[in-house]
Ligand binder design. Sequence first.
Ligand SMILES: Cc1cc2nc3c(=O)[nH]c(=O)nc-3n(C[C@H](O)[C@H](O)[C@H](O)COP(=O)(O)OP(=O)(O)OC[C@H]3O[C@@H](n4cnc5c(N)ncnc54)[C@H](O)[C@@H]3O)c2cc1C
Length: 460
Amino acid sequence: MDTLISALRAALGDDAVIEGARLAERARSFWDARPLRGRALLLPRDTAAVSAALRLCHEARQPVVPLGGGTNIANATASGANDILISLERLRGIGPVDLAQQTVTVEAGALLESVQNQATEAGLKVPVDLGARGSCTIGGMIACNAGGNQVLRYGMTRDMVLGLEAVLADGTVLSGLTPYLKNNTGYDLKQWFVGSEGTLGIVTRAVLRLYPAPRSRHTALLAIDDFAAIAPLLLRLRARLGGLLTSFEGMWQSFYQLNSGEHATTAPIFDTAPAWSVLVEIEGQDAETDGALFEQVLAEAWEAGGLADAVISGSEADRLAMWAIREGCEAEAKLYTRTDQFDISLAMDAMLPCTEAIRTTLAEQAPDSDLHVFGHLGDGNLHLLVGHRREEIDSARVKQLVYGQVAKWHGSVSAEHGIGLDKKAYLPLSRGAAEIAAMRAIKRALDPHGILNPGKIFDL
Ligand SMILES: Cc1cc2nc3c(=O)[nH]c(=O)nc-3n(C[C@H](O)[C@H](O)[C@H](O)COP(=O)(O)OP(=O)(O)OC[C@H]3O[C@@H](n4cnc5c(N)ncnc54)[C@H](O)[C@@H]3O)c2cc1C
C-alpha cells in the first residue's frame, strides 16, 4: 500500500488522484505526444487542496512537477516515473472584471484565451498575447514570464501581474492578491514566482492588469536593405507614434523566403525577398486619426531613406497574410527532418555580426542545415530556427555553436522561453556565479527539500 498516495486520496478525494493507465493516456506536453510519466497526477480543486497536496509531498520528500497547458518551449514540465504532477486544470475561475481598477482576478489554470474573451466583453484587453493562447494557462505564463508579440508596448507577463497567490513547497499559502500598481511594502514577493518555472511555489491565483481594448489597428510590412537603418527606424516610430506602436517584428531574408515560398501557405508580399522585413503594427482608439498618423510617419521614414519598399495592409485579410509570414511554421515542417530552435536576446548592434558568425560556422560544420532568423526585433529578442535535412546532425554541437556566439556578443541564452532542462547547461553563459548562487539560496529558503520541479533551471 502506497501511504503517500493514500494520504493524497484522503485529502483531495479519489477523483483528484490519477494513476497508472489513466495517467499514461495523457500526452507529455503540447509538443510531445508520448504517454505522460509519473507516480500520480493530482487535480486539486482549490488553493486549500494544492496546499494539502504540497504539505504531504514535502513531508514525504516527494518530487512534484507543476503542470499548466504543457506548451512551454524549454522542456520545463519533463517528469520521470517517480514524480507527482500537479495540474491546475480544475482552477479555471475568472473574474469578474473590475472596471474601476481595470483588473481581473483569475485562477492559475485559466486559459489565456478565456481571460482574453472575458476582458474583451468588458471592453478591455489582456496585454500579453501568444500563439499558444488556446492552450496555455495564466499560471504557466507567470511561471515562464511569457512574452509574445506586444512586449514593446505592454511589457512581459511580469508587468501584468499586480497581485499573486502561491503555495510554497511545505503547503504555506502566500496570499498577496492586491490590485495596486504601486505597493512598496518590502520585498516584492510575487516577482520571485514570475519566471521561476515552478521551482519556488505553485501559483494558484493572480490579479492581472488590463488595458482599454483597441478600437483601431494598422499594420505594415517594410522592406530594408541595410541593417543599420533598423535602429533609427524603430526610434522614429516610437517617438512619432506617441506610444501606439505595439509590434516591431523582424524577418531575415531566408526566413521570409521560407514562409512565403513554395512550401508555405502564404504568398510573398514583395516582388523580391528583402534582406530584412519588418512587420510594424499600431493599436489605438480612433481608426481615422491613427491611420492618418501611421501613413504620415511611414512616409517620413521613407523620405528619410532606409526603406526599400513598404506595404500598408488595406484589410484584415492583408494584415493576417503579413502575420502568416511572420508566424507560419508549415514550410519548416515540410522541408526539414528536424529543427533546433533558439530564443536569444542581443543588443541591436550585435545582431548582425552574431547571426552572421553563426551562419558561417553552421555552413562549415553542417552544410545540410539552414539558419533562419526572425523574432521580436523591437524587444532585442531573436528566434533562430536551424533546420536539418539530415537526421544525424548533433543538436549538442549546434547548441554549442549558437550559444558560444551569443556569449561572445554578451547576449542572453533565453529571452522569453525560459531555461527548463533544455538550456540548463548554458545558464552560466548569461548569469554570473554569484547570481546563480543567489538563485540557489532563494530556492533552498523556499523549498528546503528541493521537491518543486527538481533539476529545472539549475541543479542544487
Ligand atoms: C504556438 C506557440 C506559441 C508560443 N509563443 C510564445 C511567445 O510568443 N512567447 C513566449 O514567451 N512563449 C511562447 N510560447 C511558449 C508557451 O506558450 C509559454 O511558455 C506559456 O507561458 C506556457 O504556459 P503553460 O500553461 O503551457 O505552462 P506549462 O508549459 O505547463 O509550464 C511551464 C512552466 O511553468 C510551470 N508551471 C505551470 N503552471 C504553474 C503554476 N500554476 N504554478 C507554478 N508553476 C507552474 C511548469 O512546471 C513549467 O516549469 C509559445 C508556445 C506555443 C505552443
